[in-house]
Write a protein that binds this ligand. Structure first.
Ligand SMILES: [Mg+2]
Length: 417
């Protein structure tokens, strides 16, 4: 039920102004998240989010980007994006700055959608599809979440492996993969992502993997093939852990399993080496939510280093940049796929782009997160049915961060007016 104040008419030339920026870090729910609200003088509230280094991102929003935003027109989304990107890149800023810009961009699209009373996907050009194909990723209910255990926060592949139990998909994908595949198929999922090589990295490091370790790490995927055959697509994420020889050994071992893709099995910081890997891998390769900017994605595409490009909407610069990257990949006839394993607005942002942009093929999703803690963050959850997510239907992002999260006594709460 949408109870927020609405503008009396659709603005032809906006006279709305931004009057406040509000952030909070929900460290009792997911400590790496930064949640943002942008308030306008006509009572609209735009919602944004990013993940990783949340205190640094909050500082950028309040102490620096707020100087541009407060008092300005929230509907000038592209103008704000370009200004803030150019100011950030002028000082070498490509990490926390792009995360801050991402959260802001989501909130501005949310405001525009509320002002016009339609979903963001409609504003992006309308539906390219009626529903978005998802796959289930291996996070369990506590992956990336444990407050007070800072050692494991924010490091991909260093999160909690979990324990036997409901929705413990990280544990199950390692130690009961056949059962997990059958359970997922019964829910309609036809693709699942494994992180089984994380433990090999922790034991052996990035340079060399003995065949015994490789075989142990592919055993869960072999179990899925023998249990359910080709009904389940198999994806592997290496979290950027390995150098070329180890990555090639993994690819060689995976060939008979016919994976949908190998993602970030190789570190992504040299595009030529990524290209070498793809030429030799013999399986499709996905690259990578770890890339920061359009130029890195262009190089990956130009050098034929990927069969899929993976994009995180709250790391690369929001909905605006995610759409541009997906369209860039279209030029090369390489599909784009949306990353998620963090907060709920990242998933919603990806779904809006995936609904509207024909070149998006998959949306990552973590059922353990959606069914456990997302309801502590948002008022309307994502709908997944038979392996597909339905496009959000409400105005703007189609969900709102719970107002109770933005309380002055909460950790990291800041407001700028
Ligand atoms: Mg990944």
């Amino acid at each position: 039920m949408d109870t927020s104040p609405q503008p009396k008419s659709v603005p032809k030339s906006s006279h709305i102004k931004i009057v406040a920026l509000e952030t909070v870090i929900p460290d009792d729910i997911m400590p790496g998240l930064l949640l943002l609200r942008i308030h306008t003088d006509n009572g609209l509230i735009g919602h944004g989010e990013t993940y990783y280094a949340p205190h640094a991102v909050a500082a950028l929003i309040h102490d620096w980007m707020g100087r541009r935003l407060l008092g300005s027109d929230p509907l000038s989304i592209e103008n704000h994006w370009r200004f803030l990107y150019e100011r950030a890149s002028a000082f070498g800023g490509r990490g926390a700055e792009l995360r801050a810009l991402s959260a802001i961009d989501l909130a501005l699209w949310d405001i525009l959608g509320q002002a016009l009373q339609c979903p963001v996907w409609q504003l992006l050009g309308g539906k390219a599809r009626e529903k978005v194909r998802v796959y289930n990723s291996s996070g369990g209910p506590t992956y990336g979440r444990r407050a007070g255990e800072a050692r494991d926060q924010g490091w991909p592949g260093h999160g909690d492996m979990g324990k036997p139990g409901p929705l413990e998909d990280n544990w199950a994908s390692n130690f009961a993969a056949g059962d997990l595949a059958e359970e997922l198929l019964s829910e309609g999922y036809t693709a699942m992502k494994f992180w089984t090589f994380d433990r090999a990295y922790h034991q052996y490091g990035p340079h060399f993997l003995p065949w015994t370790a490789v075989k142990e790490c592919i055993r869960p995927m072999e179990e899925v093939r023998s249990r359910v055959g080709d009904r389940m697509e198999i994806l592997l994420d290496g979290h950027g852990f390995f150098q070329l020889p180890a990555a090639l050994r993994i690819a060689e071992a995976m060939r008979d399993l016919k994976p949908l893709w190998l993602e970030d099995v190789l570190r992504v910081d040299n595009v030529d080496t990524l290209s070498d890997f793809r030429q030799k891998a013999g399986v499709p390769v996905a690259v990578s939510e770890m890339l920061p900017t359009r130029e890195e994605y262009r190089l990956v595409l130009e050098k034929r280093a990927a069969d899929y490009v993976m994009i995180d909407p709250t790391w690369v610069g929001g909905i605006s940049e995610t759409r541009r990257l997906a369209e860039l990949a279209q030029v090369y006839n390489i599909p784009a796929t949306m990353h998620d394993c963090t907060g709920p607005l990242t998933l919603f942002a990806g779904l809006h782009v995936a609904t509207a942009v024909p070149n998006v093929v998959f949306q990552e999703s973590v059922r353990a997160h959606i069914r456990t803690f997302y309801s502590s963050l948002i008022d309307t959850n994502v709908m997944i049915e038979n392996g597909f997510a339905l496009p959000p239907e409400g105005p703007g992002l189609g969900t709102r961060l719970l107002p109770s999260l933005f309380a002055p006594e909460h950790n990291g709460y800041r407001i700028s007016r």
